[in-house]
Design a protein around this ligand. Structure first.
Ligand code: NAP
Ligand code: MG
Length: 406
């Protein structure tokens, strides 16, 4: 069979531990036999990040700006224990944080659904995609334990040193706590653009929620910026695509989401997105079935799995034990990136290959062949066969070959 050709290279970001093992298996079994794979390879494994003083992470993000589409393997975010384990000279920052900051991107997370795994919320039939504004609010807040009686004030001094705002937050008559958080108009704007673009790209309605009735400046600013950008730049395109944008209060949104069928994007402020994405992914089944894509406001895409490097499985793998780690979300990172590359470069074969690869994953799962994490989740009465990662990927390959008619 003739291999499918590519034009522009994908930015390939390799990673750590069990997902690094899966990465190679996926390439060898499911990609290289079928596609004349063109990638610009960046090794974001912790060993190489240490060797390059993390320069490789920055370079991979710049390459994504240049080429437009990246696929990333899960990576270790070092903590104290990792500094010892890998003998690191520094506690390097999270690669995802670095890449997100350079691309000024928003993360969209969506579950992969199969018939035999029913969401905990019975009426959910289509995926719910969460868009989380990953900047500011409590994640960049300044906090203070108020130790005694006293007055807390909010003060703003302009760049000429003039105090232009001062307001009492609270006159403390006893000890307590105090927090100052902020956000920036340009970050909120980028978030809004990424959400509107992703909605158009994926032809799904966009919901945005905050609490502007209570937070009359802070949350209100988010609401107004979204509305202004929508009306000025996206309203016509949304109408043409037959999709809608609507804003509602976060508590109303939660109630509507639970009653909905799914099939839309829910844009959330930072904290809401943190909490709601865990709720939504758990209710849909498993973290191993969650995809994640970082979208920049100027339309660059980085695809990855939502889960981490699956450390516990890796330690078992190193001891020579069999592991049944689920590669689905990582395979979907590849199919998502290849499809996007195909669309941008006008390569229909590549788009069809991405569809076939995802179809082959679903065929395999529908045949009851799955990794152990999924077996406990399927509906009663479904016949299943638990396999290890290598067997699972081989089963997908057989179905991929069938779909490609090879
Ligand atoms: P994790 O790698 O997501 O794994 C947590 C647990 O979830 C696993 O032990 C496993 O449960 C289950 N799981 C996750 N993915 C699975 C899969 N594909 N197949 C089967 N089971 C799966 O999270 P973690 O253990 O908290 O973090 C491990 C490392 O990943 C850390 O160093 C962290 O910094 C990094 N991390 C990276 C990213 C990223 O690069 N985007 C994201 C999150 C975490 P059982 O053990 O019960 O089977
Ligand atoms: Mg969370």
């Amino acid at each position: 069979m003739k291999k499918i050709a590519m034009k522009t290279p994908l930015v390939e970001m390799d990673g750590d531990e069990m997902t690094r093992i899966l990465w190679k298996m996926i390439k060898d079994e499911l990609l290289l036999p079928f596609v004349d794979l063109k990638t610009e390879y960046y090794d974001l494994g912790l060993v190489e990040r240490e060797r390059t003083k993390d320069q490789v992470t920055f370079d991979s993000a710049y390459a994504t700006q240049k080429y437009g589409v990246a696929v990333k393997c899960a990576t270790i975010t070092p903590n104290k224990q990792r500094v010892e384990e890998y003998n690191l000279s520094q506690m390097w920052k999270s690669p995802n944080g670095t890449i997100r900051a350079i691309l000024d991107g928003t993360v969209f997370r969506a579950p992969i659904l199969i018939d035999s795994i029913r969401p905990a919320v019975r009426n959910w039939k289509k995926p719910i995609t969460i868009a989380r504004h990953a900047y500011g609010d409590i994640y960049k807040a300044t906090e203070f334990r108020v130790p005694e009686k006293g007055k807390a004030e909010l003060v703003f001094t302009d760049e000429n040193g003039r105090e232009t705002f001062r307001q009492t937050v609270y006159d403390f008559e006893c000890p307590g706590v105090l927090q100052g958080s902020y956000n920036k108009d340009n970050s909120i704007r980028s978030f809004a653009h990424a959400c509107f673009q992703f909605a158009l790209d994926s032809k799904q309605d966009l919901w945005f929620s905050a609490k502007d009735t209570i937070s009359k400046q802070y949350d209100q600013t988010f609401k107004l910026i979204f509305q202004e950008i929508y009306e000025a730049e996206y309203e016509a395109a949304f109408k043409e695509a037959g999709i809608t944008y609507f804003y509602t209060l976060i508590d109303d949104a939660v109630a509507r989401v639970v009653r909905s069928e799914g099939g839309f994007i829910w844009a959330c402020k930072n904290y809401d997105g943190d909490v709601m994405s865990d709720m939504v992914s758990t209710a849909f089944g498993s973290l191993a079935m969650m995809t994640s894509v970082l979208v920049s406001p100027d339309g660059k895409y980085e695809y990855e799995a939502a889960h981490g490097t699956v450390t516990r499985h890796y330690y078992r793998y190193l001891k020579g034990e069999e592991t049944s780690t689920n590669p689905i979300a990582t395979i979907y990172a590849w199919s998502g990136a290849l499809r996007k590359r195909g669309e941008l470069d006008g390569l229909e074969d590549l788009v069809r290959f991405a569809d076939a690869l995802e179809g082959a994953c679903i065929d395999t799962l529908n045949d009851g062949i799955m990794t152990k994490d999924l077996v406990g989740l399927v509906a009663e009465g479904t016949k299943t066969q638990a396999v290890n990662s290598a067997e699972f990927i081989r089963a997908i390959r057989a179905r991929l070959q069938a779909r490609l008619g090879a």
